[in-house]
Design a protein around this ligand. Structure first.
Ligand SMILES: [Zn+2]
Length: 261
């Protein structure tokens, strides 16, 4: 979409720079976050199929086997054992969101920012709260906290239950990239409203679902995304799941790594 021209005047007010984009502004996802919350961890697509729709994104693997990070066309598995593996295209996923990453807005965050402050700062700079953004943050972190979830066995428990056995990790003075999305509130049930970011260290040895950080200095790049494609699985695991409950509270706790409260 050619949103750049329309936004340029507005963006000047934010002191940001805009580059022309090639126009692959579709967020593509398989399944829904509520299906994942309900325990639908059966594979509904192969990573290779997802990679036709993007080179950038996140999700998880079949059986909830770790956190998935798609970056620069490579798919990484952040295992709950702390090991980061590059995965083959035939790896299965129950839930994943991807896009072809184009740079629309570049912003420089204040130095030594906490994740909470970063979220307020970046939300204030978003041109609108009614479209989605792919977010890439490259920087030096004084501290970063993240987690990963362990492989589950059938019958699969709901995500809140499964995440009670998540593993927490913390690194200091590390360079890395945050890969993820900001989605509008109205995407509730389909994707994760607000921020959802995964961390990947420069040396590709540390990765997981981001929980907290102190960003010493970095660069934020946003890809404005106004098209959305949701592939609903035709597998029985999805078709038979009860997806009528409001799972917002469970999602909030899972996202923040607070499954035990
Ligand atoms: Zn995550």
């Amino acid at each position: 979409m050619k949103i750049s021209t329309r936004l340029s005047a507005m963006a000047l007010g934010f002191g940001v720079c805009i580059q022309a984009q090639a126009g692959h502004d579709t967020l593509y996802q398989v399944s829904t976050i509520d299906a994942l919350l309900a325990g639908v961890y059966e594979p509904v697509a192969q990573i290779g199929e997802l990679m036709r729709h993007g080179d950038f994104g996140l999700g998880t693997f079949e059986a909830l086997d770790g956190e998935a990070i798609l970056f620069e066309g490579r798919i990484y598995q952040a295992g709950s054992d702390g090991v980061v593996r590059q995965m083959p295209p035939n790896a299965g996923t129950p839930f994943m969101t991807v896009t072809h990453f184009d740079q629309d807005l570049a912003l420089t965050p204040p130095t030594e920012q906490s994740y909470a402050d970063f979220q307020s700062w970046l939300e204030a700079a978003l041109p609108s709260r009614n479209i989605a953004y792919a977010i890439r943050v490259v920087g030096q972190f004084a501290q970063v906290r993240y987690r990963s979830v362990p492989r589950q066995s059938q019958p699969y428990p709901p995500l809140l239950e499964a995440s009670k056995s998540q593993t927490f990790f913390e690194q200091q003075d590390i360079r890395g990239t945050l890969v993820g999305f900001w989605c509008p509130a109205f995407t509730k049930g389909i994707n994760v409203p607000g921020f959802h970011l995964h961390f990947l260290s420069d040396d590709r040895r540390h990765a997981g679902h981001l929980l907290d950080f102190t960003l010493t200095q970095g660069q934020v790049v946003l890809d404005l995304t106004n098209d959305w494609r949701v592939e609903l699985p035709m597998e029985p695991s999805f078709l038979d799941a009860n997806l009528e409950a409001d799972r917002s509270e469970a999602l909030h706790r899972v996202e923040q790594g607070k499954s035990d409260e």
